[in-house]
Ligand binder design. Structure first.
Ligand code: SF4
Ligand code: SF4
Length: 194
């Protein structure tokens, strides 16, 4: 469970509609409703990361205390354990490994969010509380869980996130066999045991 005590606030007088904040928000909380419009924040989506205030060229965004903290998170034990384990295995992740170090969220919680219907990294973040810290580390396992569940993830415009990087699981079998000096078969055998 994560408690969010701050909230992004846009000074509309200062905002020049650039729209850098929209491009870096991990939960799509800050958006420009139309081209040339002023940035707006959806309070219940803001996880106070605070990417937007850091990138705003005119210092139009500040983080202000929330009147009532926003609590995000879920209880993964409410989901069927075999379903969580199966999804994690398909994503080549261990249910107990960290999904998000900043919020101490395990992969099993991300898996539970996906099994409950989250279809984007933003929805996983709002279900689990992840992406409220560095906004970087948790993205890769989140994308892997979504893809393993069959979700077609579409990269948004801007810099909100990058797609998954390659791991040994993504190397074609023919390439693994062709380059035995890289010991990928041995690596995969070790990971399969884990
Ligand atoms: S989640 Fe981060 S980037 Fe998005 S509005 Fe809140 S502070 Fe800004
Ligand atoms: S980054 Fe600053 S100036 Fe640009 S749209 Fe967002 S609030 Fe407005």
């Amino acid at each position: 469970m994560v408690e969010i005590r701050f909230l992004a606030h846009v000074d509309r007088e200062k905002c020049v509609s650039c729209p850098l904040c929209e491009n870096v928000c991990p939960t799509a909380a800050v958006t420009l409703p139309a081209k040339g419009a002023k940035a707006e924040v959806v309070d219940e989506k803001c996880v106070a990361c605070p990417n937007c205030s850091g990138v705003c060229p005119v210092d139009a965004i500040t983080l202000v205390p929330r009147e009532v903290p926003l609590r995000l998170g879920l209880d993964a034990t409410e989901e069927e354990e075999p379903a969580i384990v199966a999804l994690c295995q398909k994503a080549h992740l261990h249910p107990q490994q960290w999904l998000c170090l900043c919020t101490a969220t395990r992969v099993r919680e991300g898996a539970a969010a996906v099994l409950r219907g989250a279809t984007t990294p933003e929805e996983v973040a709002l279900a689990t509380g992840t992406r409220s810290g560095c906004t970087v580390y948790c993205l890769q396992p989140t994308l892997r869980l979504l893809k393993a569940h069959g979700v077609k993830v579409v990269q948004p415009e801007g810099y909100r996130w990058y797609d998954t990087s390659q791991t040994c699981w993504d190397v074609p079998e023919a390439v693994v066999r062709k380059y035995p000096g890289h010991f990928l078969e041995e690596d995969l055998a070790v990971f399969r045991k884990a």
